[in-house]
Structure formats: C-alpha cells, structure tokens
Design a binder for this molecule. Structure first.
Ligand SMILES: Nc1ncnc2c1ncn2[C@@H]1O[C@H](COP(=O)(O)OP(=O)(O)OP(=O)(O)O)[C@@H](O)[C@H]1O
Ligand SMILES: [Mg+2]
Length: 406
C-alpha cells in the first residue's frame, strides 16, 4: 500500500464493534443510526464502538479518554485485534490488520506492538528478569540475547538490581515498571497502555507519569494510552480523543480540549481542569512592543520608545538574543550626562528572569511578582519571542478557573 503523508501511522476508518450474537444484523436491519440503547433493546447487541475515524501519527502520545463503558478498551484491543471489529478498517504502517490471517497477525503483533495492562499481568512464579524477558522467550529468542535485552530495559525503567526478585517483593509502581520493561523488550513501534497507572496511589502515579514523559522523550514511540484521569491526559498527551457511548466526540490537543470543549459532555470532563495547568507561556504571550538593538544609540532607542508610548525596551543583540530590559528613564539619564554614548552600555541593561514557551502558566505565578516588567519569553537559544504581562496571565486563568487540587 502507498505511504501515507505526514507520518500518519495508524488510520482507523468507520470502525464498529458490536458485541453479541450475529452482530452484523445491526447493519442488515438498518439499525446503525439508532442509539446504543435502542440497538440493545431491539437486538440484545451492545455497541462497543460506533463509526470511529482517527489518525494517529508516528511518535505521537495519543490519549483515549471517556467514562466507564465508553469503548476505550474496546478500541485499544481492536488495534491489536484482541477484539475483532465488526466493520471498518484499521491500517497500521500501510497494512489493514482487520484483513490479516492468523499467521500474518501473529507476526505483525510481535513486531509492532507492546502492551501494558492495568493489573500488570506479571507471572508470579517468574523473577523480574524472566518476566521482562518473557515476550522474547515466546518469540524463541535465545536465553543469552533475551536476558541481555531484559537487563537493558529493566535498567531503562529504573529497576537495575531487582532482576532476581519476584513480583510479590515489589511495590505496585515497581511491578508496573516490570510490565513496561516487558513491553519495551520487544522494541515495539507502538505501545498500547490501558489505564496502566490507575492501580497506583497518587504520588507514585505522578512519579510514573514523569518517568514516562522522560522515557518517551528518548524513545519517541507511538503510544496509545487509556485513562480516566483528566490531568494525566493533559500532562501526557499530544492528542486526546474523548469517547462517549462508543463514539469519539472530540479529538484535539490538551489545549484544544480545555479551551474549546466540543459539547457538554467534554465540558463536564474539563470543568475541573485549571487552565494554569494546561496553557503555556507560548500560548498567551504577545509581541514585544519595543525591541531595542544593543548597537543603537540611546537617542534612537528613546525616540522609538516614545513613539510607541512605552517606558521600556527589550534589548537584543545581533542574533536577536535577549540581553535584558532598558528603561526610558535610564536612557534619559544617559543622554543628560557628560559622556556621549554611541551604543547602549551594558551597565544600563537590567537583567530579568525569562521563561521558555513551554512553561506552564501556573509556574509564572512565582515569577511574575518578582519581575517589575512583563516577562520575556525566549527560545532555547535565548532568542526573544514575545512577552507576557500580568494582564495576560489573569485573563487566561479567569475564563474557567476550577477548584482542582491535582
Ligand atoms: N465482551 C463483551 N461483551 C459484551 N459487551 C461488552 C464486552 N466488552 C465490553 N462490552 C461493552 O462495550 C462497551 C464498551 O466497553 P469498554 O470495556 O470498551 O469500555 P471502557 O471505556 O474501556 O470502560 P472502562 O473505563 O470501564 O474500562 C460497554 O458498554 C461494555 O458493556
Ligand atoms: Mg476499559
């Protein structure tokens, strides 16, 4: 099949899963437009997924979220064909897995997927090392190779030194790391994670999330991750698909979902989300009104500042790198003195704190009071991108500030 543009790796088209006896009846009888409840009443069949269309890109952290029974597990399982869908197609790396025969499917699964389950799924009579190596053993990989790989992935997930212990000797968080190590040992392209952290207590859960974020920045796998927890979704996801009654009701970035919920159902999900935990400095910054070039003379700088009716300029060098702030008052002082300055002296530039685009608004709260001027936003090379005023900060959080404490 032809390559897909934009690195799209998974294409789900018109995907249905109807549970029950003779599920195709639903379509033959033309019941597909009826509600889940009506279909159930008329046929006894349960709609697990209804006409799902999604595209997932390579390397994307993709979240499936929704209430219990909305079809998240059905979808994630259909991807690996642990559940056979009733209608539609799932194209992964150009191949439609709904059409594969058993042999093709087995090979495809082994090479493409790793799966992490909610309840870890470890084998209690095997050591941590053997659990991590289990998938490779099933594939017939030699002992030497699979143990070497298992040790490597156990180290990756922070379990070096625990190889010879048994799962019962480990805490929940550690057991789930073994689950993750086992999935990673195959070096899968796609990781499927169905509520992997929901059995953990909140502190450990947050720590596991942080570790997964760090791991993903190195691994760059495609991850499909099911969760009930909004803050987990917002923290981890590049894209979030929200499901209800087997349907996908909205797909978007965390910021899309929080700022533009598609309907009341999504609104209800996000109402507890504090924008301060989602919105970034980059999304609320505005253009710097006066940029002062370090090679300009004080008179030029002051003229430009006055023309914009501003009291400060953001000073940059030849490479647009941010050096600091200069005030109109300081320029006036320079001009009134004896000494004639050709360019702005370094000693007149005030050094101030900067932030990068990805800093969350909640982190600006501690910086804003210390900064006498709007906060400069810079990139990793210290290039000036924009600035944030206190008004920006308070406007951005006043829309729907919730009471969440997560
Ligand atoms: N084996 C099955 N037989 C019949 N109906 C099923 C089966 N598995 C799931 N369902 C139904 O399909 C729908 C979707 O279930 P699914 O398990 O995918 O939801 P979920 O979003 O993963 O829920 P949860 O958050 O509780 O895990 C539900 O109505 C459920 O009752
Ligand atoms: Mg589920």
């Amino acid at each position: 099949m032809a390559d897909k543009p934009n690195d799209v790796q998974i294409i789900i088209k018109n995907l249905w899963k109807v549970y029950g006896k003779d599920p195709k009846r639903v379509f033959q009888k033309g019941l597909q437009d009826k509600t889940k409840e009506e279909i159930q009443n008329e046929t006894g069949c349960v709609v697990g997924m209804r006409d799902i269309n999604l595209e997932i890109r390579k390397g994307e952290f993709y979240i499936l979220m929704g209430l219990s029974g909305s079809g998240k597990s059905t979808l994630i399982r259909a991807l690996i064909r642990l559940i056979k869908s009733t209608k539609g197609s799932i194209t992964i790396n150009g191949d439609d897995i709904t059409r594969m025969n058993a042999d093709q499917l087995m090979k495809f699964r082994r090479k493409t997927f790793g799966m992490v389950f909610q309840h870890y799924g470890l084998l209690p009579h095997l050591t941590v090392l053997d659990n991590a190596a289990y998938g490779l053993k099933v594939r017939g990989v030699s002992k030497e190779v699979r143990y070497a790989k298992a040790r490597e992935v156990l180290e990756t997930v922070g379990l070096k030194g625990w190889e010879d212990y048994y799962p019962t000797n480990l805490s929940g968080g550690m057991q789930q790391r073994v689950g993750l190590a086992r999935a990673l040992a195959n070096d899968p392209e796609i990781l499927l994670m169905d509520e992997p952290f929901s059995g953990l207590d909140p502190l450990i859960r947050r720590q596991m999330q942080d570790e997964l974020v760090e791991l993903q920045s190195k691994l760059q796998k495609t991850i499909i991750f099911v969760t009930h927890d909004l803050h987990e979704a917002l923290k981890l996801g590049d894209q979030i698909a929200i499901m209800r009654n087997g349907e996908v009701v909205q797909v978007g970035t965390p910021e899309d979902i929080v700022t533009q919920p598609a309907d009341d159902y999504v609104q209800e999900f996000v109402q507890d989300a504090s924008p301060a935990k989602v919105l970034t400095a980059g999304s609320i910054m505005s253009e710097v009104p006066v940029i002062t070039y370090v090679w300009e003379g004080p008179k030029t700088a002051l003229t430009l500042m006055r023309r914009e009716k501003k009291k400060i300029g953001y000073v940059v060098d030849q490479k647009q790198r941010f050096l600091g702030v200069i005030t109109a008052k300081e320029l006036e002082r320079l001009l009134s003195g004896e000494e004639r300055f050709k360019t702005i002296p370094t000693s007149s530039i005030e050094v101030v704190d900067t932030v990068t685009e990805d800093v969350l608004i909640e982190d600006l709260f501690s910086i804003a009071p210390k900064n006498p001027y709007p906060i400069p936003v810079v990139d990793e090379k210290n290039k000036l991108l924009g600035r944030i005023t206190n008004d920006h900060i308070f406007e951005s959080i006043s829309n729907n500030e919730g009471g969440s404490d997560v």
